[in-house]
Design a protein around this ligand. Structure first.
Ligand code: PEP
Ligand code: MN
Length: 336
């Protein structure tokens, strides 16, 4: 981190600043120019409050030369993190597909979808039990009963399950869940992230609707700094000025996050597009761009779905998509 001081700083303010920096456990190296003084901070600058430093009277500008995330940073962990969930492997150049309905709606529905997506090659089953809905009047999910039905589908098919937690009070219900999802709206629920950091379960962390890569990685850092290294990053579309699609899929997130971090990066084309027939082209683009996986909404009867039917594939549509994914994945591997 580099701190540029205003011209002719007062000695007392300068000494105070140096003492403050040293108290943060960081060493300031002073370079005195004719007009300007620059401090190069060496040490663990991640803990320094950059905003506080920036607004000090004596300080003109502060520049970070290193990212504030350490655990999630590829610089300190050059090899890809590979997360194993039962027989599924996420990360390290594999293409792992998670599929299932937006919400668990009934025993028949979740078991039928689970069997069908498994037959098509999905390695994990998704399904929301606790649903973050924009309207309090919309279907909120089957909650505890939804988790029970997911566990039943897991017992029938052997597929590990992925489901979203919305609040810490729900954590006990997740004891037999294989991957805990933190949705876009909770990406910066820091208390939730800290507690999930104490769990040993993989966490699927979705990028917030209007969050930067660095903010996403700082949220991953919350989980990792608390001891849980098993974080899967998920790009699910961001808010832009475009309204034709539900969100805008940021394909750049794949190479960018894979450059910045060693964590697996998966894509959710369903919430990005909001339109079922766009899910195939977006999925294939993600595979071509080197994503580590996809999470796709599939419903046995999309027109009657209680949530997100518009963006849900039918099991048959999903089966065709999986065949195309295999073709593009082969081409992507051949490109290397
Ligand atoms: C979901 O996966 O069902 C979901 C609510 O996703 P997001 O948090 O990305 O909106
Ligand atoms: Mn959904």
């Amino acid at each position: 981190m580099i701190v540029i001081l205003r011209e002719n700083p007062e000695k007392k303010q300068f000494d105070n600043l140096v003492a403050w920096i040293e108290a943060q456990g960081v060493i300031p190296h002073v370079t005195q120019g004719v007009h300007q003084t620059i401090l190069g901070l060496v040490g663990d600058t991640a803990k320094i409050d950059i905003d506080l430093l920036q607004q000090m009277e004596i300080v003109e500008a502060v520049k970070r030369v290193q990212e504030p995330f350490k655990n999630a940073n590829r610089k300190f962990h050059p090899l890809d993190t590979v997360i194993k969930v039962k027989d599924a492997v996420i990360g390290g150049g594999n293409m792992t597909v998670i599929a299932g309905p937006c919400s668990v709606e009934s025993e028949e529905q979740i078991i039928e979808v689970a069997q069908k997506v498994k037959a098509s090659g999905a390695k994990l089953l998704r399904g929301g039990a606790f649903k973050p809905r924009t309207s309090p009047y919309a279907f909120q999910g089957m909650r505890e009963e939804g988790i029970k039905l997911l566990l039943e589908a897991k017992a029938v098919t052997g597929l590990p399950i992925v489901t979203e937690i919305m609040d810490l009070s729900q954590l006990d219900l997740f004891a037999d869940v294989d991957v805990i999802q933190v949705g876009a709206r909770n990406m910066q629920n820091f208390e939730l992230l800290k507690q999930l950091g104490k769990s040993d379960k993989p966490i699927l962390l979705k990028r917030g609707l209007a969050n930067t890569y660095q903010e996403l990685l700082m949220s991953a850092e919350y989980i990792m700094a608390s001891g849980n290294e098993n974080v899967i990053l998920c790009e699910r579309g961001i808010r832009t000025f475009e309204t034709y699609t539900r969100n805008t899929l940021d394909i750049s997130a794949i190479p960018a996050l894979q450059t910045l971090s060693h964590l697996p990066v998966i894509i959710d084309p369903s919430h990005a597009a909001g339109i079922a027939r766009f899910v195939t082209p977006l999925s294939l683009a993600a595979v071509a761009a080197g994503a580590d996986g996809l999470i796709i909404e599939v419903h046995n009867n999309p027109s009657c779905a209680k949530c997100d039917g518009m963006q849900s594939l039918t099991p048959d549509g999903f089966d065709v998509l999986m065949k195309n994914i295999a073709l593009i994945k082969d081409a992507q591997l051949a490109c290397k």
